[in-house]
Design a protein around this ligand. Structure first.
Ligand code: NAD
Ligand code: GLY
Length: 375
């Protein structure tokens, strides 16, 4: 078992990473809480796969699981869904001695965390991530939110969990496309902060079996359920933990975790959250940001090519028909990193290093988007 300790101003909590930890959820909760009601929030899909395992393990340790199944998907990350969950929590008599547990991907984690942060001004919160993206990113660091029609994650809080339990065995049932989307967030850490992690991915891309199995769209799928993946996840959690420990509320350093997200969120918004998976939009966003960095001479051509070559191994989706540079540019100002009217981009300046770029020329932004649209 790998344990990573996350230290923030709010609290200090462990992330346990272990094959087969899911059926032990109750036991790990007992290490933190006395038996109490647990609002287990999950989506329909995940409930079908793992809901009973999690519920039973809570029962076995004397907790009272109260299961709330949401539909899932980005549209469910809304104030409406949160409101339904508050009503359910009230009906079930949840009080401040109860716990909220998120079992699922980033959507469930963000929504459940938002409910945990706001119901009765805050209930203890546990994350049990079931997607690769949630394991390497969203379950750690305490960003919880719901979307607003005018922008993604616009209403939220920094609210740290008390415990994170990640079981890579559950990734066996994760659709391949979702797995690849999670890898984009994993590779992100290599590009922005860790040259050696980047090199390990490059090495994997070069040396792994070059013939993907039938139906596989990315060579990285071969990583699923390997020890290497476990080590990559642990590394990502360590890196994220270090960043969050230094800048929990994103006043500076933490912004680098948004590499690829300014373009990515705009792409998601311009396509009404219906075309890209979040990690796919981030992958395309990282490609656009790398090209922008090269255009602005912040990043050397050769290094840009190396980063792009690795990102293209993820087989990011092509642009949907009808998507225009204008619609993406129009969606950019919804970004939360914006300072007044200035757009803020995190751009790579070398492998493992980034720089903050404020209000790059619109022609360069447009050119970086068009390079993607025309391919
Ligand atoms: P998701 O939660 O929608 O999960 C993806 C899909 O996989 C869903 O259909 C889900 O039902 C299914 N699924 C989950 N686990 C499964 C499993 N083990 N087996 C089979 N199916 C499974 O999406 P996601 O990619 O995990 O998260 C995306 C969300 O995370 C976005 O809303 C994004 O904004 C947010 N996010 C938050 C942070 C943060 O720091 N809070 C960071 C990154 C992303
Ligand atoms: N996913 C970006 C962050 O947690 O800051």
């Amino acid at each position: 078992m790998i344990k990573v300790e996350i230290k923030t101003t709010q609290n200090r909590y462990p992330v346990y990473l272990r094959q087969g930890i899911l059926p032990l959820t109750g036991r790990f909760l007992r290490g933190c809480f006395s038996p109490c009601p647990v609002l287990l929030i999950t989506d329909r899909n995940v409930f079908g796969h793992y809901g009973e395992i999690c519920r039973k393990s809570l029962l076995q340790e004397g907790f009272k699981p109260i299961v709330a199944v949401v539909e899932g998907g980005e549209k469910d990350k809304s104030l409406k869904s949160a409101s339904k969950l508050y009503s359910y929590a009230m009906e079930e008599g949840l009080d401040r001695k109860s716990v909220v547990l998120a079992l699922g991907g980033g959507v469930t984690g963000d929504l459940a965390g938002f409910v945990a942060a706001t119901y009765m001004r805050g209930l203890p919160f546990v994350q049990v991530p079931t997607t690769l993206l949630a394991m390497v990113d969203s379950s750690v660091g305490g960003k919880v939110a719901v979307n607003h029609p005018r922008g993604k994650n616009m209403i939220g809080a920094f609210y740290q969990p008390s415990l994170v339990l990640a079981d890579p065995v559950v990734l066996k049932t994760l659709p391949q496309r979702e797995f690849t989307a999670g890898l984009a967030e994993l590779i992100k850490y290599g590009i922005i902060l860790d040259k050696s992690l980047f090199r390990q991915f490059e090495h994997f891309a070069l040396t792994c079996n070059k013939q993907p199995q039938e139906g596989q769209e990315s060579i990285f799928l071969q990583l699923n359920n390997t020890f290497t993946l476990l080590r990559f996840i642990a590394k990502a959690v360590l890196i994220k933990g270090r960043v969050v420990a230094q800048d929990e509320k994103e006043n500076g350093l933490r912004r680098i975790l948004n590499f690829g997200h300014t373009f990515g969120h705009a792409l998601e918004m311009a396509t009404s959250y219906e075309y890209y998976l979040h990690g796919e939009a981030v992958a395309v966003g990282m490609i656009a940001a790398t090209r922008l960095a090269a255009r602005l001479k912040i990043l050397g051509e050769k290094t840009a090519e190396r980063i792009l070559a690795l990102l293209f191994r993820l087989n990011p989706p092509p642009p949907p028909p009808g998507l225009t540079a204008e619609s993406v540019l129009n969606a950019l100002p919804a970004d939360k990193k914006k300072e007044g009217r200035e757009l803020v981009f995190i751009l790579p300046s070398a492998i493992g290093k980034t720089t903050v770029c404020k209000s790059p020329p619109v022609e360069e932004l447009s050119a970086a988007i068009n390079e993607y649209l025309k391919n």
